[in-house]
Ligand binder design. Structure first.
Ligand code: 9WN
Length: 436
């Protein structure tokens, strides 16, 4: 059965691979290259097609801006099946944007550092992979430098995101109170996502108004970071985003040390790392909830809800053992009942939980993958194993969907795979999970 899953996963990745040397997340729904998708995809590819795994990283990093920024979507190709596309985002407004590739003007979780490390672990020919990493690693370093220089406005070691699409967890209920502070115009535009996916599984029209409005503000100021920090109604320190940065810092330190002769960069990374872990633990841990939470920088307050992002810091070794135990208790109490698959993307006991809608409840394979390794590294082997088995079972039962219903009982009457089907990172990360 596992062999069949792997064969199917490879078929999906092959079908989604594009001539330009990159992989789309899903046909129709997401026809371009996305930043964190690309990283997860390269991990899966590394098991059987090193050449394409490398190209995946290269094609993403080729679109880096002169200031180190790496965009969340690279529009290598034209496609009218997605909104908003290149003509809406207009990355060319920023003076340092890539002149060769059009893109968005926003980021996504910085996974590329730990992806390179993972590719080295997977590759059989280590020497060859290290040589490849040597050609790419400085770009990732420059990207981290960009974050620390431009997005840590209070010098706390914590970087902000200015848009929910930067978080990767796009319509999480975490953002609901921020939307209440905004009153954007009702834009007229043609949604494309809802022609591919049942609208009950996607964000609402009004939510899209908020999303577009933040971009309009950024565009008015040519995507200038300082202006965005001053004016964006959405300015958040996200525990998932910052944990990915910290995990990638650690990976870059390890890789630079393996490559040798990079003392200055290593020492810079260690400084960032120490400060970030300290700032993270001091500011984002909510002892009462027993988990890490988001912080709303614009409105100066913690956003006190638990989501799967709250547990991502385990993957970056951020909590001490005592906190890690508290987090696991919280996770098992709220998300881990026998009637549920691990791990819902939002607190199933909250009245904001929606089991079918995008990031408001469903299980996502990439977050499960992050949790699997995080739990394992702290010695929570049994729970880690359950996260892995639940992920495999969901895909076996439903197919390689984008997200899944966490409630087991609904399977008696209906299917529980939602969003796009033949979804690339579900395929890529399943290959890695099965191999670990
Ligand atoms: C906006 C591509 C991306 C993922 C995100 C996921 C979804 C896009 C959308 O798809 O976001 O970036 O249009 O909904 O939320 O995590 O990277 O798979």
């Amino acid at each position: 059965m596992k062999e069949e899953l792997i064969i199917k996963a490879k078929e999906i990745l092959e079908a989604n691979f594009q001539e330009g040397g990159f992989t789309i997340p899903c046909q129709g729904l997401y026809p371009f290259q996305w930043k964190w998708d690309s990283g997860f995809i390269a991990i899966g590819l590394a098991y059987y097609n090193i050449k394409n795994a490398k190209r995946e990283i290269e094609t993403l990093l080729n679109a880096q801006w002169e200031n180190g920024f790496i965009p969340h979507i690279v529009f290598h190709n034209d496609s009218d099946t997605y909104f908003p596309g290149a003509d809406f985002h207009k990355s060319e407004l920023h003076p340092l944007a890539s002149k060769e590739y059009r893109s968005t003007g926003m980021a996504q979780p910085p996974v590329t550092g730990f992806v390179l490390q993972k590719m080295l672990n997977i590759a059989e020919d280590k020497e060859d992979m290290l040589q490849f990493i040597d050609t790419q690693i400085d770009k990732v370093f420059e990207n981290h430098k960009y974050f620390y220089q431009h997005r840590d406005i209070h010098n706390e070691g914590l970087v902000y995101i200015y848009h929910n699409w930067e978080s990767g967890t796009d319509n999480s209920p975490i953002w609901d109170d921020i939307w209440k502070t905004m009153d954007p115009p009702k834009y007229s535009f043609e949604r494309r996502d809802t022609t591919h996916v049942d609208p009950s599984q996607r964000p609402s029209k009004r939510e899209y108004d908020y999303y577009l409005h933040i971009i309009e503000i950024a565009k008015e100021h040519n995507y200038d970071d300082a202006k965005i920090a001053e004016l964006s109604p959405f300015l958040v320190q996200d525990p998932l985003f910052n944990a990915m940065l910290i995990k990638s810092n650690a990976a870059l330190i390890d890789l630079y040390e393996k490559l040798g002769n990079n003392k200055e960069k290593v020492s810079q990374l260690k400084k960032w790392q120490e400060k970030s872990i300290k700032g993270f633990n001091a500011k984002l841990y909510d002892a009462e909830l027993g988990a890490y939470v988001h912080y709303d920088l614009r409105n100066n307050k913690p956003i006190r809800f638990i989501s799967s992002s709250s547990f991502a810091p385990l993957y970056a070794g951020i909590p001490d053992m005592e906190r890690a135990k508290q987090m696991v208790n919280t996770m098992m109490e709220k998300f881990g009942g026998e009637d549920k698959y691990l791990c819902a993307s939002f607190d199933p006991t909250s009245d904001r939980f929606n089991p079918k809608k995008y990031w408001r409840g469903p299980v996502w394979i990439n977050l499960n993958w992050i949790l699997f390794y995080g739990l394992k590294s702290y010695g929570f082997t049994k729970i880690a194993e359950r996260v892995k088995q639940d992920s495999i079972e969901l895909v076996e039962k439903e197919g390689f969907y984008e997200y899944f219903d966490s409630r087991k009982e609904i399977r008696k009457t209906e299917a529980g795979g939602y969003g796009g089907n033949n979804f690339s990172w579900s395929a890529a990360l399943l290959i890695d999970l099965i191999n670990n």
